[in-house]
Design a protein around this ligand. Structure first.
Ligand code: ADP
Ligand code: MG
Length: 564
């Protein structure tokens, strides 16, 4: 009763497959990274499930990923003894693309093959990359804990359809065999494959093994007497990278590991690797990416760290270890204190998690501070990608308000350029002797801010003003309130006093213009609360000011947009 059925790929999966097959061949070798990464995920999942019930291990706890090549048959097989899949899971995971990421992937294609093929991993569509090099793929799998008859064989030529049939499998887990295209036979070459494994999978904590190289393949063919049970050799480093000491890990290894945890194809901007001992014991390895992921602004977007407990993988996207405004940070945290059966719910209540979160937050802010100081150009890259997210900091994280503020960058009248590259420390250092406030103007765009009539008097007196033009800025300022003991002051708000001499000047002016002011007030009547003579303007005749305690213009627009 071998039930065989033919099923169609879901439309999106089909689109993606078409793409893989017809255009993404400039970086073929990444298929191996993707398949090994899936095998490693499957083993992590099993290891985690076995914490509750180790009977599913069937006595075999020697986790390994095996890669075998056959030059004559032109095949490469990647097998793992991880969780495996049952029939329905095979259909769900290999026949459809349930992830929202795929649509985004298709939208993000640039047409540049090299870039596009690198996007594959990032969008979690890794399995289909097998079809970059294979004309046919077979997946033979059996779910851990189920009888061997539950084995399933999935097969596809990567066109519209795939077939499924029952195929018993002794060994739990999954074996994926690629029947290579003619021009891809390099991946049936042992040495080529070894070097690709070294390149991409060194940091994976599971051993990736290959059959030991035979002296001469002719010999092997001659000795038919089943001497063929190969000796397996571990090809990768196979120790979790973060458990090694900093001095033993090279920059290249750190970078490769980043690509593994982040699914990013670019190198990280910086990282910080630390072991903490004492009341709490944990290791963290935190990275700052170079560019924003496509889902940075998605409420449902992935965020958080990979959580391990005593080197056992527990979950992806553990978001409890960092505040939301640091959601761009990628990496790993490995705790010795949390229970192995910790769940998301438990994480929310655990006081150890709170104190780790506090420490990890400081760690990230320090890492950013160091980057800002040590390599301003790199920091500018960071700021472009994540500055707007960091601006959420002062509102979300009261205790680190000052620290975050020191990391912010602004456009100001000092440079008069749109680039946000001036820190508050720079501003404070340039403040005039009798200046006790940090001034800013907020508008819809940089140019509107820069041309604001409110600035005239500041420019005249050579007082620097921050030029704010992002939506979040007024909200940011309302939470920031001060920096280095200096209050932040909106130049468009309330009365303005720049010095004693000005006071006198103003009173004189008010006296002189009394009649005029009365007349204007009469005309504008209900439109304004007050009409004042001002020393603010040097070129313009008049300007509108917001009352000290009223909403700023930007906030007003946000509220109006929200229907309030
Ligand atoms: P992702 O790894 O980002 O989830 P992939 O396309 O690489 O996306 O894999 C799709 C899904 O197929 C995986 O999430 C997993 O459920 C399943 N899968 C792939 N390879 C294996 C494997 N070796 N063992 C078990 N499940 C697998
Ligand atoms: Mg994958």
């Amino acid at each position: 009763d071998v039930k065989k059925e033919t099923l169609g790929f879901q439309t999106e999966a089909r689109q993606l497959l078409h793409l893989m097959i017809h255009s993404l061949y400039s970086n073929k070798e990444i298929f191996l990274r993707e398949l090994i990464s899936n095998a490693s995920d499957a083993i992590d999942k099993l290891r985690f499930a076995a914490l509750d019930d180790d009977s599913i291990l069937e006595g075999d706890g020697d986790y390994a990923i095996r890669v075998a090549v056959d030059k004559d048959a032109r095949t490469i097989t990647i097998s793992d003894n991880g969780v495996g899949m049952n029939r329905q899971e095979v259909i769900d995971n290999l026949g459809t693309i349930a992830r929202s990421g795929t649509a985004a992937f298709l939208e993000n294609l640039t047409g540049d093959q090299k870039k596009d093929s690198q996007l594959i991993g990032q969008f979690g569509v890794g399995f289909y990359s097998a079809f970059i090099v294979a004309e046919r793929v077979e997946v033979h799998t059996r779910k851990a804990g189920e009888p061997s008859e539950a084995g399933v064989l999935w097969e596809s030529h990567g066109e519209a359809e795939f077939t499924l049939e029952d195929r018993p499998r002794e060994q739990r887990g999954t074996a994926i065999t690629l029947y290579l295209k003619e021009d891809c036979d390099e991946f049936a070459d042992e040495w080529r494959v070894r070097s690709v494994i070294k390149k991409y999978s060194d940091h994976i904590s599971v051993p990736v093994m290959m059959a030991a190289a035979s002296e001469s393949s002719d010999d092997a063919e001659d000795s038919q007497d089943d001497a063929a049970a190969p000796t397996w050799e571990t090809v990768n480093e196979a120790t979790a990278l973060w458990t090694r000491s900093r001095s033993e890990v090279s920059d290249d290894e750190y970078k490769a590991f980043y690509k593994h945890v982040s699914h990013d194809f670019e190198e990280p901007l910086t990282w910080s690797h630390n072991r903490v001992e004492g009341k709490l014991e944990y290791t963290s390895l935190l990275y700052v990416p170079r560019r924003a992921p496509f889902d940075l602004w998605n409420r449902e977007g992935s965020r958080g760290l990979k959580l391990y407990v005593q080197r056992t993988f527990i979950m992806d996207d553990a978001e409890q270890f960092l505040p939301l405004y640091l959601r761009f940070v990628k990496g790993v945290v490995d705790s010795n204190d949390l229970p192995l059966n910790v769940s998301r719910e438990l994480l929310q209540q655990d006081p150890a998690v709170d104190s780790m979160r506090g420490a990890l937050t400081k760690r990230v802010l320090d890492m950013l501070g160091k980057l800002a100081k040590g390599s301003p150009e790199e920091y500018a890259v960071f700021w472009k990608a994540f500055g707007q997210v960091l601006k959420e900091g002062p509102a979300e994280d009261f205790s680190n308000k000052e620290k975050v503020a020191g990391l912010l960058r602004f456009a100001t009248t000092h440079t008069d350029r749109e680039e946000q590259d001036q820190g508050l420390d720079d501003y404070v250092a340039r403040m005039q002797e009798d200046q006790d406030k940090i001034y800013y103007v907020a508008a819809d765009s940089f140019n509107t801010a820069r041309r604001s009539p409110h600035l005239e008097v500041f420019r005249k007196r050579g007082i620097e003003v921050l030029l704010l033009s992002e939506r979040i800025d007024e909200w940011l300022m309302s939470h920031l309130q001060e920096y280095a003991g200096k209050p932040l002051q909106d130049v468009a708000r309330g009365e303005l006093e720049l010095g004693d001499d000005e006071k006198a000047e103003k009173e004189k002016l008010a006296e002189e213009s009394k009649d005029l002011l009365e007349r204007i007030k009469g005309v504008l009547a209900d439109e304004v609360a007050e009409v004042r003579a001002s020393t603010r303007l040097t070129d313009s005749a008049a300007c509108l000011v917001v009352g000290e305690h009223e909403l700023g213009a930007q906030m007003r627009r946000i509220m109006e947009a929200a229907g309030q």
